[in-house]
Design a protein around this ligand. Structure first.
Ligand code: HEC
Ligand code: HEC
Length: 302
């Protein structure tokens, strides 16, 4: 109700609400005024099926009192709770407030548990069965939609269970990724590399780094141009975690595709890939447990 931009609609709704209640009271009062005596002769004169007569008896007492109670109830309700136009009600109740109170209560109940986890190192949390059960649920609710319920990733989304990390696999780096999110940006570089032939050559050089099928003559020609790539992917092509450039020497870890056509497409069109920041969505304790949960995949208990 408080979403109205002008006071008019709040007034309009209030007037209709109050008029309806008043109309109910009036109806009750008017039907009560008509004096009818309860006996078997006060019929309305309507007869159906030969002998089915419609009677005109007074309303039963209990029914009248129910009616009165509903009217009184509605008025008391409108005073206490929001309902009359934009009036907030005397109790100040809101559905948002009620939800927040329930969330606060839930958080207060688990606070001691999270306080215990926070006092432990992620490496220790990863060995705590209770923490890992919580971690699994947090992962299913917040991460699985992208990384998959088995955390093995998808096209464009990294596998979190292997030993390869784009941004770093230490608990500190994982936590940083989860809190701040990550954006991997590879700009289109065709113009910097040169002709379409140069792009094909450098792509073959990249494929040669991993011993993938490639054209050796082109790879040799493309090596020189790889200096442009080395700025971000490192001179050996193994990637730089601070930049979030993947490892070009291990195509199994590539996110977006395979083979010559894929490398050429990356050079021609570039790519922007984003992991959304979770710092505002999850509590510090939840992120701590999630960090341990994710770290645990590639560091199982010995
Ligand atoms: C909207 C999809 C999406 C969601 C939700 C998401 N991620 Fe990601 N995540 C990504 C993408 C995409 C990347 C890769 C970013 C890049 O290319 O640099 C990524 C990267 C990561 C990495 C870095 C992997 C590496 O190799 O360095 C970690 C760790 C991670 N996510 C954990 C999580 C956790 C934990 C959650 C849940 C709290 C989560 N992600 C939720 C899409 C998502
Ligand atoms: C400005 C930095 C930068 C430069 C220069 C750069 N890259 Fe990249 N490259 C990246 C980043 C960052 C990613 C990861 C994108 C992502 O997060 O998915 C990437 C990803 C790739 C991938 C995709 C791997 C996959 O996961 O599918 C290929 C292939 C690639 N680069 C090839 C090249 C080649 C070849 C060159 C040189 C012509 C080059 N890059 C130059 C930053 C760079």
């Amino acid at each position: 109700m408080s979403d109205f931009t002008s006071g008019f609609w709040a007034m309009y709704v209030s007037v209709i609400t109050l008029l309806s209640i008043l109309a109910c009271a009036l109806l009750l009062w008017m039907t009560g005024k008509v004096k009818t005596v309860a006996n078997s002769t006060t019929t309305t004169g309507h007869v159906w099926d030969g002998d089915l007569r419609e009677m005109n008896n007074p309303l039963p007492r209990w029914w009248v009192w129910m009616f009165v109670i509903t009217i009184v109830f509605s008025l008391v309700y409108l005073v206490l709770y929001p309902g009359l136009g934009s009036s907030p009600g005397q109790l100040g109740w809101t559905s948002v407030g009620q939800h927040q109170a329930e969330v606060d209560k839930g958080n207060a109940e688990v606070a001691p548990l999270y306080a215990k986890f926070m006092s432990m190192k992620p490496e220790e949390v990863a060995r705590d069965a209770k923490a890992m059960a919580i971690g699994e649920r947090l992962f299913m609710n917040n991460c699985a939609q992208c990384h998959g319920s088995d955390a093995r990733g998808n096209k464009g989304i990294p596998n979190l269970t292997d030993a390869f990390w784009i941004h770093g696999g230490t608990p500190e780096k994982i936590k940083e990724t989860v809190i701040l999110g990550r954006i991997g940006v590879m700009p289109p570089l065709a113009a910097a590399v040169g002709t379409a032939d140069d792009v094909k050559n450098v792509a073959n050089y990249v494929l040669s780094l991993s011993g993938s099928p490639h054209d050796a003559a082109r790879a040799t020609k493309g090596q020189e141009k790889f200096a442009i790539c080395a700025a971000c992917h490192g001179p050996d092509g193994k990637g730089i975690q601070a930049i979030g450039s993947g490892n070009l020497t291990n195509p199994k870890t590539w996110l977006h595709g395979q083979g010559e056509a894929h490398v050429m497409a990356m050079v021609n069109f570039g790519k922007t890939n984003q992991m959304p920041a979770q710092g505002d969505r999850l509590t510090e304790g939840q992120i701590h447990v999630l960090t341990a949960y994710v770290w645990g995949f590639s560091n199982p208990a010995k």
